[in-house]
Design a protein around this ligand. Structure first.
Ligand code: ATP
Ligand code: MG
Length: 205
């Protein structure tokens, strides 16, 4: 079919549109030349924060790099990704002790558990061998007052230049969002749980 106004066929129009798009993408690729690690924040109320972070850690490991993972909230159930990842030699894995869960009741005990794991987390941010480090559910440590933003910021600033850091959890504070290089807010459009579907292994954890 030929458009009377432009005398162009549909194929030609498509090709022209794609060429314009390619030029834009090529220009953007050309502009992005800086090589350094990034801080990625995955926040918001929708599903997909931790699983996206674990997926990125797998991506790092899949290229033969080493990675670190600290889980600041261990759910009631064994997390499927962590079960696999913790078996790999090129992953350093720490879980905050004391059974800190969503139903945490004892602030002092949680602070103690945090104080035990935090030096190990900082050590990961000082380890040049770790290409990517993920702190899962770290935002709650900020929200509950176990961790000060300035302490996290200092550790992030002193990390090796090529190290990537993934921070997950709802309610990432403004200072963290501003500091990070990449911020994704998962928006809940729907969640099966709200319609009464029971949480299931392999999907929720
Ligand atoms: P996932 O681990 O599936 O990527 P998430 O990290 O984004 O989820 P969290 O806020 O850490 O979500 O919640 C942990 C658990 O709550 C998971 O089992 C997740 O499936 C479930 N969940 C996530 N979003 C919602 C929601 N909007 N309503 C109910 N349950 C949710
Ligand atoms: Mg999560």
């Amino acid at each position: 079919m030929t458009d009377k106004k432009t005398d162009m066929t549909e194929d030609e129009r498509h090709q022209q549109k794609m060429a314009k798009h390619k030029a834009k993408v090529d220009a953007a690729i050309e502009r992005a030349q800086e090589e350094r690690g990034v801080v990625i924040v995955l926040t918001g109320n929708g599903k997909g924060k931790s699983s996206s972070g674990f997926g990125t850690v797998i991506r790092t490991l899949g290229h033969g790099f080493n990675a670190g993972l600290v889980q600041f909230i261990k759910g009631t159930w064994e997390c499927g990704e962590a079960n696999i990842l913790s078996k790999l030699d090129n992953l350093q894995h720490e879980v905050m002790g004391s059974g800190f869960t969503w139903e945490t009741q004892n602030k002092q005990r949680d602070q103690q558990a945090f104080d035990e794991v935090w030096p190990k987390a900082v050590a990961m941010l000082q380890n040049d061998d770790l290409r990517t480090v993920m702190f899962d559910e770290i935002t709650y440590m900020l929200a509950y007052g176990h961790l000060e933003w300035n302490d996290l910021k200092e550790a992030l600033e002193n990390r090796p230049k090529h190290q990537n850091v993934i921070l997950t959890g709802r309610g990432a504070p403004t200072a963290l969002r501003e500091y990070a290089d990449t911020v994704t807010e998962m928006k809940m459009v729907k969640h099966a749980f709200k319609a009464g579907v029971k949480a299931q292994a392999g999907i929720e954890w």
